[in-house]
Design a protein around this ligand. Structure first.
Ligand code: DC
Length: 233
């Protein structure tokens, strides 16, 4: 696609295993945009909180920690490096213990507020694809394009299974299915910024689509939207 879309902010939300990060990364690459994985930021903070031995229910301390922590996402080839106070933790933040802690920490409104400020700052120049749970609803309610990716639970479980296998872990499918159901309930049921589809978001069910087709559909939507807004000026 030609660069007729400079400076847009593209928001992608959806539940775990919907294929957000793979699609977001590829979309950003095709557009020459920056990809920002907001989940990695929550994970990075959780990693530090666990190391500091903080109580995951102690919102005040976690907020203070968020305030004083530097979280940097650095593009590195086809991936990103996640740096916490200068230390690279890209692998550690994917560990199960961190994942479970993140699901708790991300329920605290004041922690979210620090993260949202940081996310807005990172995307201030535009030209960004950001994925997460509240990007189209809270972080960028005025995003140029919003997508909501979803997939059947069994497909999401299978993806998680393959991911964990690739990372060298052996996990049972039924255990993973249970975890996904629990994380869905937490993400969608929390009081602060629950996961939900923004009204104007375009929904894509990725269950039976290869990622290239998901991204084709997104590009088509971007083209349509930018053509329409040019036509209306
Ligand atoms: O997308 P992920 O699995 O890396 O997200 C990790 C956790 O962070 C998950 O429990 C949901 C939470 N999260 C969030 O609350 N808001 C975001 N914008 C991104 C992630």
């Amino acid at each position: 696609m030609s660069r007729t879309t400079d400076g847009l902010i593209i928001a992608i939300d959806g539940p775990v295993g919907a294929g957000k990060s793979t699609a977001a990364r590829l979309l950003a690459k095709r557009l020459g945009y920056r990809y920002i994985d907001s989940g990695a930021m929550y994970r990075a903070l959780s990693w530090k909180a666990l190391r500091a031995g903080l109580d995951l229910d102690d919102e005040q301390s976690l907020r203070r920690l968020a305030d004083e922590t530097s979280i940097v996402i650095e593009p590195a080839g086809d991936r990103e490096l996640i740096l916490v106070d200068g230390q690279e933790v890209s692998r550690q933040i994917r560990e199960r213990e961190v994942e479970q802690a993140t699901s708790k920490i991300s329920t605290h409104p004041s922690v979210r507020s620090v993260m949202v400020t940081h996310q807005r700052h990172m995307a201030a120049q535009g030209g960004v694809v950001m994925d997460g749970r509240d990007i189209g609803t809270v972080v960028f309610p005025d995003a140029d394009l919003k997508f909501y990716l979803t997939a059947r639970v069994e497909v999401r479980t299978k993806r998680r299974y393959l991911e964990t296998q690739a990372a060298g872990a052996t996990r049972k499918m039924d255990e993973l299915a249970e975890e996904i159901t629990l994380r869905d309930a937490r993400d969608m049921g929390r009081r602060a910024s629950p996961l939900r589809k923004a009204d104007e978001a375009v929904t894509i069910d990725t269950s039976d689509l290869p990622v290239s087709q998901v991204v084709d559909a997104m590009e088509e939507e971007i083209r349509r939207k930018t053509a329409a807004s040019k036509g209306s000026t």
